[in-house]
Write a protein of this length. Sequence first.
Lengths: 221, 439
Amino acid sequence: METTPVKKTTKKDYRKLILEGYVSHVLEHGAEPTSVFKFAKDLKMKEEEFYSHFTSFESIKSAIWVSIFDTTLEQIETQEVFKEYSVREKFLSFLFTWIEELKKNRSYLLSLYQDKSKSFKSLPSDTKEFKEKFKDFASEIILEGKETQEIASRPLISDRYDEALWLQVAFVFRYWLDDRSPRFEKTDAAIEKSVNLAFDLMGKSALDSFLDFAKFLYQNK
Amino acid sequence: MSGKVKEQEAIPVSKVQRAAKFISTGAKVGGNYVKHYAKKMVNPSMNKEELHQNNATDIYNSLSELKGSALKVAQMMSMDKNLLPRAYQDKFTMAQYSAPPLSFPLVVKTFQKYFGKTPESLFDTFTRSAVNAASIGQVHQATKNGKTFAVKIQYPGVADSVSSDLKLVRPFALRLLNMNERELDHYMEEVEERLIEETDYHLEVERSREISQACAHIPNLKFPSYYDEFSSERIITMDWIAGKHIKEWMETNPSQKLKNQVGQALWDFYHHQVHNLKQVHADPHPGNFIVQEDGTLGIIDFGCVKVIPEDFYQGYFALIKKELVVNEVELNQIFYGLDFISDKDTEEEKIYFKGVFKEMISLLGKPFHVDRFDFADDRYFEQIFQLGDRISNDRMFKKSRQARGSRHGLYINRTYFGLYNLLNQLQAEVDTTKPEWLK
């Protein structure tokens, strides 16, 4: 019994070592390591050891995205007001905090994803796992929003809302990468405005009343 | 990921979207005109007032959504009452009180950025929603150790968007203010300079302190203290001044004596700034003043301060001398000095504009020509509006391609129009003091 936690921590340490080693390699060389063999050698570990934690560089990148997401969630949950927020505010708070976390890794993210033609291919696969986890989080928010009537249930469309929020996350990321304003103020404004638009669209609006009315006229013709 | 392409487009698009906002407003305004003329065919007696009303609503709606500097321009336009038809004024005055608020998560984020703490941990209490909208930010109320504070938070990105926002407003300003392009550009520069200053909260705190100290001796004025430990580039914390805005205060039916007292404090405040400090709180819109229960006047916003250059000062205020209107030679000199007329004008234009400016000056200088002036006199303001209407509709005036008046005059005029309007709102009669050299 006593040995298991010890084992776990050493295991964790390796994982952490690889993640950190990978980030610093990208930072220093501006590119990914050439091979797993070389990378493992630099970290003074065996290639097999590497494979017991990660299968490829892609899986490392994926893990970094996930860990940023996890820290973000931890962060917002420490804020007491978070529970009292409306869903719109919750999502805003998530994005603001997420951007702060991204900021800590800006150079790393820039060197990997700044080049648009290259990141066009790699970004979707790197963020796959993150996307899954995010969608769970988004679904929770959407469900809560439907309960509090902040989000209108619409047939077919409302099942895709999590996808819409994901697109928004992707938009914010892209915007932030290109943001040159001091303290990334433009990104803050972009988040605020785009989230307001998204939730205004998802909320009950004139469109719903219009559709309802149109349906009524059609059925009672 | 399919979102990729969209994202890249979305960056420039945001600018396009803002422009689109204005275009849709333009379309609506155009629609209003169509409606107006259609109605007029049926009912010839209909006047333009209703049309202006519709236009004002549409333009205001789009401006308030854009927030920031566009809102600021709306405020400016609402100040220059004599330039705008009535319906625009009423709608725009609303801009001084309400704008869509910042979300609380963004407020929290701003605090974390500058203080590394949430507002709730920095203060004992902090209101979740804004208690008031300031032109480029919003105000929250906070308490700590039994003291109440007003905390002003600036919208992010406002500082950067000043120039591009002004470009967006330009076509509307052209239409609304009935100015030609050259004239407008001449002033836009000045506006831009002031707006950029206004986004600098460090400067604002500095100036607030400076002016409130220099004006501390004036009776019946109250200035808040400012707190550096809770202030930053985007946040200003000051004392909360309890009381009512002038409009609300007037609804409580204060005595004439109190009204005069507040009015006099306001006059003295401006007198001291203009003639002694040579820099002036150039934003006399009602939202920046709070009347306390005992009839002292709280002054809360020093975002817009205009420094008055000495040569401009001499020329401008020499105009309010009563006997000057008779002295042709001296008057001509001043008109040239202030760019009211120039050598580019034709002889005909010179005569026309001299006449117009003389009429304006003798009317606007009226309060200075007596020792005590009753600003409750609505007829006086009616005269000003009529003159403004008449001039701006005059063919000769519209035709002129020349920018008229020194750019410094823009904010000084605005300050005096604002001051007159506030005093009129207060229904106050005040001693209109003047500096020694003008007596």
